[in-house]
Design a protein around this ligand. Structure first.
Ligand SMILES: [Zn+2]
Length: 172
């Protein structure tokens, strides 16, 4: 028993409480039909559960159970012990297909090494390092001897420029 309150009781002051709200941030549960359409001998056993032949082993008597959980995830169990990843691979799907669908812009893939840099940072770094190179070139052009400190700073600038090239995936 969740509540002993009668439906309709105190209607005047609680009229808004009958409006159901949903907390889901996702656009919907995992696409169970995309999965079921790729399986053989599918039988619905409950409103949220199905049985089918497992595509990952030689299955004549349906031994794969599929269930759509309350949180929108798909659960799979093969009684022969096949792993979900193998079952999905056998039908051209992957583990992400078991999870609720999300808004495209809220779904962030892991950032690969070549995507770590922030363009604005790279450009501002390039600008200041190029300035160092230009200043050193002017000194040399005017016949001035470079100090050890200038030479070190020049080497640092070149090193940073090379790092930038490497960071964005270019050649050195
Ligand atoms: Zn199996």
């Amino acid at each position: 028993m969740k509540s002993k309150k009668k439906p309709g009781g105190n209607r005047a002051v609680q009229s808004s409480s009958s409006v159901k709200t949903t907390q889901h941030t996702t656009t919907g549960p995992a696409d169970v039909h995309a999965l079921l359409s790729r399986l053989d001998n599918v039988k619905q056993t409950r409103s949220d559960a199905w049985k089918a032949c497992c595509p990952a082993h030689d299955d004549r008597d349906p031994s794969l159970n599929v269930r759509l959980a309350d949180d929108g995830k798909l659960l799979m169990k093969c009684w022969a012990g096949c792993q979900p990843i193998d079952i999905l691979a056998a039908i051209g799907m992957d583990l992400s297909d078991l999870f609720p669908k999300r808004e495209r812009d809220s779904w962030s893939k892991p950032v690969s090494p070549s995507q770590r840099w922030i363009p604005r940072d790279v450009l501002s770094a390039l600008t200041s390092e190029h300035l160092i190179v230009l200043l050193v070139a002017e000194e040399v052009y005017q016949g001035n001897a470079l100090s050890k400190a200038d030479m070190n700073r020049f080497a640092l600038a070149i090193g940073r420029l090379r790092n930038v090239a490497r960071e964005v995936g270019g050649h050195e």
